[in-house]
Design a protein around this ligand. Structure first.
Ligand SMILES: [Zn+2]
Length: 456
């Protein structure tokens, strides 16, 4: 057994790992490079003939975005994924194909049909058998990773009974919409993400209160509140909290709360479709979220939230907010301000000091989101200099990733093993810091900082 890393070895995007088993192999994720790493080619620069199956941990583009290139390189094997990931995959790929590659509707549909024909959805905690051409089989179980809907870590049992676990992206603990990841009982080799291997992000428990305070403070001078959010994951988490705030505020008597009259707008056709998929998989929600549904509430589809689909409606709202300065909460993609409808809002509203921008997700190096986060006074949008007078807030509580403590807890919870931990999906300092901590809690394990691997 050997593992090769074709992406996310020394950064956080382009996840793609190859589990080699003799002359055959399995591919774990096939993600696109994004942000500063987007200059790396998405071309498949490794042989696809040995790959007998692709297994997906979850549906973020940095884990699935290179699938079109993989199929173009000739891969026609099965694509294993959880049921929710299998539902989300066509939406995510279609969006990328149309926007980034500019494919026609016809070509796009043909490609999606091909992907669907290769997809093999597997329920959580059920065993799938992957048969290799030499008759040996590998078993695979998807376990809840708590990162986004359908996200999983993978437990492989190899023909020689070795257990290899790929963490995918692990979610933080104690979020109300999705369940917390539970450590595997046994792992001989663990391939572990390390996005926040050197950081703690406090504030998950009180993030709803922090969001409420930021919105209320910004309402004092009017203006829009822009929340750039990934269509898959962060959008649903923030909608979930906004619904709860609105319900709590409506219950208060006296009518002094600004919340019941505050427009909340989801301006993203993709996020709308993904939100519907979230609603179709309520069985995967955490207890708290299920309890709200049972009490008759609609946590992701509440009355006060307007959804904009057409481009005309979108442009209409941008112009209206620019002219009126009226208060509204706008949730739009992309999460790192590197494209999508949020760009039109930023271009129109950043020069207005009444505007508030709330950054709730990871802002990769090289993105406009990172520039805003770093306090830029001026940014370039669509080749124009835009003055930044808006207030920019950064919230840590909406991170979709486990922090250092969560990662350590995940590893500590493994009763049997691991003898080897390979750190991926993190910048080098994050991998190194996590490695130092892991060596203390699992002194017998060999901890490999993949960012430092010599590739020759
Ligand atoms: Zn992810």
């Amino acid at each position: 057994m050997n593992i090769l890393h074709h992406g996310a070895r020394d950064g956080v995007t382009g996840s793609c790992h190859e589990l080699q088993l003799g002359e055959y192999s399995l591919l774990i994720d096939c993600g696109a490079f994004q942000g500063e790493e987007a200059k790396r080619s998405n071309d498949i620069n490794f042989p696809v003939e040995p790959i007998k199956a692709l297994v997906l941990t979850h549906c973020h583009i940095d884990h699935v975005g290179r699938i079109p290139w993989l199929l173009a390189a000739g891969f026609r094997g099965p694509i294993y994924a959880t049921e929710a990931t299998a539902s989300l995959l066509p939406l995510m790929l279609e969006d990328g194909l149309k926007l980034q590659l500019g494919l026609s509707d016809e070509k796009c549909e043909a490609f999606i049909r091909l992907v669907r024909s290769q997809l093999k959805p597997v329920p959580f905690d059920c065993r799938a058998q992957i048969m290799l051409p030499d008759g040996q089989d590998v078993s695979l179980v998807f376990r809840q990773a708590g990162h986004i809907l359908g996200s999983a870590y993978l437990e492989f049992t190899l023909p020689d009974r070795q257990k290899v676990v790929f963490s995918g992206d692990l979610g933080p603990s104690q979020t109300p919409l999705l369940v917390d990841p539970v450590s595997p009982a046994h792992a001989d080799v663990l391939v572990l993400e390390s996005t926040y291997g050197d950081k703690r992000h406090p504030g998950v428990e009180n993030r709803e209160q922090v969001l409420k305070a930021i919105v209320e403070q910004s309402l004092q001078d009017g203006g829009a509140i822009l929340i750039p959010a990934f269509s898959l994951g962060r959008t649903q988490e923030v909608l979930f909290d906004l619904e709860n705030i609105v319900v709590q505020e409506q219950a208060k008597t006296g009518g002094r709360s600004p919340w019941p009259a505050l427009p909340i707008v989801l301006d993203s056709p993709l996020a709308m479709k993904i939100t519907q998929t979230y609603q179709g998989f309520k069985r995967l929600w955490a207890q708290e979220a299920k309890a709200r549904v049972h009490s008759g509430r609609h946590p992701l589809d509440f009355e006060q939230c307007t959804q904009l689909d057409s481009h005309e409606d979108h442009i209409g709202l941008v112009n209206r907010l620019k002219a009126s300065g009226e208060p509204a909460v706008i949730i739009a993609a992309s999460g790192m301000c590197s494209g999508g409808r949020i760009m039109n809002y930023l271009e129109a509203l950043l020069p207005d000091p009444r505007t508030d921008v709330v950054l709730i997700g990871y802002q990769a190096r090289g993105t406009l989101g990172r520039e805003l986060q770093n306090g830029a006074n001026e940014v370039i949008i669509q080749n124009q200099r835009i003055e930044v007078k808006a207030r920019v807030h950064t919230m840590t509580g909406y991170s979709a990733h486990a922090d250092q403590n969560d990662l350590l807890r995940f590893v500590r919870g493994i009763e049997n093993g691991p003898r080897e931990i390979r750190l991926v999906h993190g910048d080098r300092p994050a991998q190194e810091a996590l490695a130092r901590r892991l060596s203390k809690i699992k002194p017998d394990a060999k901890v490999i900082v993949c960012a430092n691997l010599n590739l020759d």
